[in-house]
Design a protein around this ligand. Sequence first.
Ligand code: C5P
Length: 225
Amino acid sequence: HRPVVVAVDGPSGSGKSSVSRAVAARLGAEYLDTGATFRAVCWWCLENDVDLEDRPAVAEAARQLDLELGTDPTGPTVRVQGRLVAEELRTSRVSSAVSAVATNLDVRAELRRRQREVVDAARGGRGVVLEGRDTTTVVTPDADVRVLLVADEDARLRRRARDVHGTDDAAARERTRDEVVRRDRDDSTVSEFSVAADGVVTVDSSALTLEETVDAVLALVLRAV
Ligand code: C5P
């Protein structure tokens, strides 16, 4: 089949990374984690003492950064100034601070441009599954398939707690509440990702396993190609 572009948006803990990665692997397509681009800018600014509230300085950093976006669904790799960063991007320090970077509109414009380059290259190649907060609406409103992946708050807290703390007991869920609920509230000031835009299909994964969710998205892809 022809190369497809699949865009998946959703809140923290909706499962969009695991689902998007698995869908990309099944399609033999590339995978782009747009959140990692915001995390990379945030991480670099924290490392280099750029004040995240200094919006022009952060935007300039985003424009100057040497950012290499690997697109292998089995192990996406981001390089910042040549350095491979993985766990560095997922620390709670970065998770707590990233909304300040993501609400910077000049940073958004610059990262959208870079994300778009990856998509345009993949469109002529193996296709791509990209995921984030505004991929269905802003980055690739022209995607072949656009999905809003949602899950109820309890399911999202459980998943994030298992990822971050290795358990989803009540204490671990409470510890992830700030990261999941507060961050989504802050993020939603710049992009609406709780309501599906026109033409975007909502998939609710609250009661689905990962495999069932992947199958639901793949069914939409098959219908579109
Ligand atoms: O998906 P992930 O949790 O890695 O995203 C990290 C942060 O990047 C989000 O909290 C949000 O602030 C920002 N983001 C965004 N737009 C996207 C993807 C991520 O603003 N398309």
